[in-house]
Design a protein around this ligand. Structure first.
Ligand code: G3P
Ligand code: CA
Length: 255
């Protein structure tokens, strides 16, 4: 029997809603996503917010780098209307608001949190992330319990920092173009999950096979196309990170 992969909503249900907004995450939960993916950045006043880009221009009506704006300044911007298609204004989502949402969903909803910009803040992002998680009791896992949170980065340095701060939490090494060799030694020590982009999986599926044979988990992003879903299921990956959780859930239900 083919194992059904976990569905992870990439920036929320971000195909239909402005990414990283409350509406996108509420929709993802309603769509039955098993986990919510989120990028975190630090504001000028040291608050963690859910945003992907270094600057706010693409997803808001404001200007400037996230790191140069305070949370109050970000709060004054509209992060919704850029999406069009009926999406109204939306505020930036602070990371603690996402934690509150995920922990009050009425069912277990996991979090896959990616830190951006590992070098700028010399570890402050990771420290603040783990501090925020600890306020919700999510920074550690009790024996026998499935971890509710996993930490992701393209940066091995960021993963090492997170390992020191929250050793219980699984870590995911993301990779875009550089092929991940399939040997166990290819992932940094203590990292058991590889996060390749779908282009890499399409062009080098044998990498996934080798990682799985070595006992690693494989979480693939961003899997929106039904053919890609099919490929990932055939390969036996553990998680599909998608902008379209409802569509992927419907497809998996038919597997
Ligand atoms: O989930 C991993 C994926 O989000 C990495 O790429 O650019 O969307 O953060 P990006
Ligand atoms: Ca991401």
């Amino acid at each position: 029997m083919t194992a059904v992969p976990q569905i992870v909503a990439h920036r929320g249900a971000s195909h239909d809603h402005p990414e990283h907004t409350l509406a996108a995450y509420e929709q993802a939960i309603a769509d039955g996503a098993d986990a919510l993916e989120c990028d975190v950045r630090l504001t000028a006043d040291g608050r963690l917010v859910c945003l992907h880009d270094r600057r706010v221009e693409r997803t808001s009506d404001g200007r400037g780098a996230v790191s140069a704006l305070t949370l109050a300044q970000l709060d004054a911007l509209d992060f919704g209307s850029w999406k069009g298609g009926g999406a109204g204004p939306a505020q930036v989502l602070a990371f603690d608001e996402l934690l509150a949402l995920a922990t009050s969903a009425g069912r277990p909803v996991e979090l896959a949190v990616e830190t951006k910009h590992p070098t700028r803040w010399a570890g402050r992002v990771e420290r603040e992330l783990v501090r925020q998680l600890s306020l919700f009791g999510l920074h550690r896992t009790r024996l026998g319990e499935r971890p509710r949170v996993r930490l992701m980065s393209f940066s091995r340095l960021a993963l090492r920092r997170m390992a020191a701060l929250a050793p219980d939490l699984p870590r995911v090494l993301l990779t875009e173009r550089a092929p991940l060799p399939g040997r166990a030694a290819a992932l940094p020590r203590g990292v058991r999950i590889a996060g390749p982009g779908i282009e890499l999986v399409r062009s080098r599926p044998e990498i996934v096979t080798r990682l799985l044979a070595a006992g690693h988990q494989v979480h693939v992003w961003t899997v929106d196309d039904p053919e890609d879903v099919e490929l990932c299921v055939r390969l036996g990956v553990h998680a599909l990170i998608t902008n379209r959780p409802a569509q992927v859930r419907a497809q998996l239900a038919a597997v």
